[in-house]
Design a protein around this ligand. Structure first.
Ligand SMILES: Cc1cc2nc3c(=O)[nH]c(=O)nc-3n(C[C@H](O)[C@H](O)[C@H](O)COP(=O)(O)OP(=O)(O)OC[C@H]3O[C@@H](n4cnc5c(N)ncnc54)[C@H](O)[C@@H]3O)c2cc1C
Length: 324
């Protein structure tokens, strides 16, 4: 880290978002002795859940504990943290580096930006759903299916292909599974597939989900309660793309929502800007989000070194850092 000409703190990389992806990118960069600031607003996507599953070595850990431990590891390598929201990131026309404004009124500069800003699950607008989200209301059979094995599961459809996919996967684990069509049309093929797994399709509009705290008790259609132990919904997954757009990027539509486009190593089409985790991959789970973070950290390390070597060979003193 160094002071820039106008006294802003200058980092090799500013990582926006301190979930599994951002923390993993930070550790990879800091282990290569790069200066890193992680700015995190503290809204990791799985915080409403009791545990994070499919995570080798930390199976079932409370999401907040995973973040706490990841931050502690990153600190041991010298990563700096700001508990804040980045409100703007830009590249000044005459400047080599990015300028990043935090809502804490701090402004820093960075040679590279990592967008590890995650996504927002846009839930169906049905009473009870947001109240029980992440506990009685679920979306992912791999994250929570095992926890509701042998129970009664109701899948509220937002789209026929997605609801069919979810219901078939949950039906292998649950005692009873039903799809609540909620105005969505299911074709004969979808109904036949669901029939093979014993999944009923209940037509009609869902009025509300009856909840008790964060537990779900019933799905109501035309006044009639259908008893359930868990409700599955299909949120629209919208990556947080505002900063990417401010940096000149164009988000990409996806059947499940919207995301930041990247190559297989996390580089976006905007030079110097990388994306990791759910920001660039709507299907990323904790382990895979962390995996893309490590990859992005490694690729930026190599990219910075290549730039430094070019600068030295081109005789551009002052640009090369760490290789003089
Ligand atoms: C209810 C639920 C349960 C889940 N359970 C599991 C599970 O059991 N196993 C599993 O593998 N996956 C699970 N997932 C998926 C898991 O949450 C994601 O894979 C993971 O959180 C993605 O990590 P990430 O780092 O990309 O994003 P996140 O963890 O969402 O972190 C993004 C961070 O960026 C911050 N941020 C965003 N914008 C800004 C900004 N402008 N400035 C500063 N900070 C910003 C946010 O506040 C947040 O802290 C679950 C998801 C949900 C919704």
């Amino acid at each position: 880290m160094s002071k820039h000409g106008n006294e802003q703190t200058a980092y090799d990389a500013v990582i926006i978002g301190g979930g599994p992806a951002g923390l993993s990118a930070a550790v990879a960069l800091a282990r290569s002795l790069r200066s890193v600031l992680v700015v995190d607003a503290g809204a990791q996507r799985n915080l409403p859940a009791a545990g994070a599953h499919n995570l080798l070595g930390r199976e079932g850990i409370a999401p907040a504990d995973l973040i706490r431990d990841g931050r502690a590891e990153a600190l041991t390598y010298g990563v700096e943290f700001a508990d804040a929201t980045v409100r703007d990131a830009r590249r000044e026309p005459d400047d080599h580096d990015f300028v990043v404004d935090l809502d804490s009124e701090q402004t820093v500069t960075a040679r590279r930006i990592v967008l590890a800003t995650g996504l927002v699950d846009v839930l169906p607008d049905i009473d009870g759903v947001s109240q029980a989200w992440g506990h009685g209301v679920l979306h992912c059979p791999f994250c929570h299916g095992y926890e509701v094995r042998g129970r009664r599961v109701g899948v509220i459809a937002s789209s026929a292909p997605q609801a069919t996919h979810q219901a078939l996967l949950f039906a292998r684990l649950a005692k009873e599974t039903a799809v609540f069509a909620n105005g969505i049309e299911f074709d004969d093929d979808q109904r036949a597939d669901l029939g093979v797994m014993g999944v009923a399709v209940i037509d009609g509009v869902v009025e509300r989900v009856d909840v008790d705290g964060r537990d779900t008790r019933a799905i109501r259609v035309a006044g009639a309660p259908y008893d359930v132990d868990a409700v599955v919904v299909g949120p629209r997954m919208t990556a947080r793309t505002e900063l990417y757009e401010r940096l000149g990027g164009r988000p990409e539509d996806h059947p499940m929502g919207v995301l930041i486009p990247t190559d297989q190593y996390g580089a976006t089409p905007v030079a110097g800007v990388w994306a990791a985790g759910n920001a660039g991959d709507l299907a990323a789970m904790v382990a895979t989000a962390a995996g893309t973070g490590v990859m992005v950290g490694a690729m930026i390390t190599a990219d910075l070194l290549a730039e430094d070597v070019r600068a030295v060979r081109g005789g551009i003193s002052g640009l090369a850092r760490g290789v003089e």
